[in-house]
Design a protein around this ligand. Structure first.
Ligand SMILES: Nc1ncnc2c1ncn2[C@@H]1O[C@H](COP(=O)(O)OP(=O)(O)O)[C@@H](O)[C@H]1O
Ligand SMILES: [Mg+2]
Length: 250
């Protein structure tokens, strides 16, 4: 069984940054197999991890829909999907990255989705850790019937509105049947102690643990310059805070 971690939160709060730092922390603390899943249609986890995806699952799904009768002779649809899935996976230093791409458009995807789901589940089982970087609406996860996670990381900025949004996303995740054994609120980008009103909001949210990640100039500069997380100093205080929390929680 793979250990699954889903990272959710509204746009711009640092989901991809947290996901990338987590992949690095997991890699540096063990020699376990890690799969990073970029489930944001506006994919950029690859860039943060220094890996360039060639194809996405979304492209594969569209291709299968349009070219169902063009599958090479001698190959079954299942073999074809497996082959394409390998194309949508790139190897990085210490992890594999799978990019979901666009969620489906209009059309009849049920059959294709069922095949994809089976293959995704099988593929995920091969890894010790699966880190899923989601978009705000959790579209890719919502397409599934149930999805159980070991840890749900809810990322927010250190504002009252941010924490309220995280609260709503937690409720949404529950409605969608996204189960998590452990729920952790990550307050990212802290520059000073939490304001009282924010702290009150934090105390109201139904999570098992709250983790605070400081603001890091280097992290911000790295994304501006398009550098990967592997180039960040191990002593970076945001990275250290995340790595320490990960070692305790996971
Ligand atoms: N702890 C932090 N300190 C400073 N900048 C951060 C921190 N976390 C994220 N950022 C920056 O915030 C921006 C948005 O982060 P990103 O991870 O892309 O958000 P999301 O995936 O939630 O949309 C990026 O420029 C990133 O470098
Ligand atoms: Mg992102």
């Amino acid at each position: 069984m793979s250990y699954r971690i889903a990272v959710v939160g509204k746009g711009g709060v640092g989901k991809s940054t947290i996901s990338a730092m987590l992949v690095r922390a997991l890699h540096q603390s063990s020699d376990k197999l890690i799969m990073a899943v970029d489930a944001d249609p506006n994919a950029n986890l690859g860039e943060k991890l220094g890996a360039r995806p060639e194809h996405t699952i979304g492209e594969l799904r569209e291709q299968l829909l349009k070219k169902a009768d063009e599958i090479p002779p001698g190959q079954s649809k299942q073999e074809y999907v497996e082959y394409q899935m390998r194309l949508a996976t790139v190897e990085g230093p210490g992890f594999d990255l799978l990019t979901m791409g666009r969620p489906e458009g209009p059309g009849c995807y049920c059959y294709i989705n069922n095949i994809l789901r089976t293959f995704l589940d099988l593929a995920m089982e091969k890894y010790d850790f699966v880190v899923i970087d989601n978009e705000a609406g959790m579209e890719h996860l919502s397409r599934r019937t149930t999805m159980s996670m070991d840890v749900l990381l809810l990322v927010t900025d250190p504002t009252k509105v941010g924490v309220e949004t995280a609260s709503r996303l937690l409720a949404l995740a529950k409605e969608m049947g996204l189960e998590a054994k452990k729920k952790v609120l990550i307050i990212n980008g802290m520059r000073e102690a939490l304001h009282d009103v924010v702290q009150q909001e934090v105390e109201r949210i139904d999570v098992d643990e709250v983790v605070r990640i400081p603001f890091s100039d280097d992290l911000l500069n790295f994304s501006t310059e398009g550098l990967s997380i592997w180039e960040l100093s191990e002593a970076d205080h945001a990275y250290k805070a995340l790595a320490t929390a990960a070692a305790r929680i996971i």
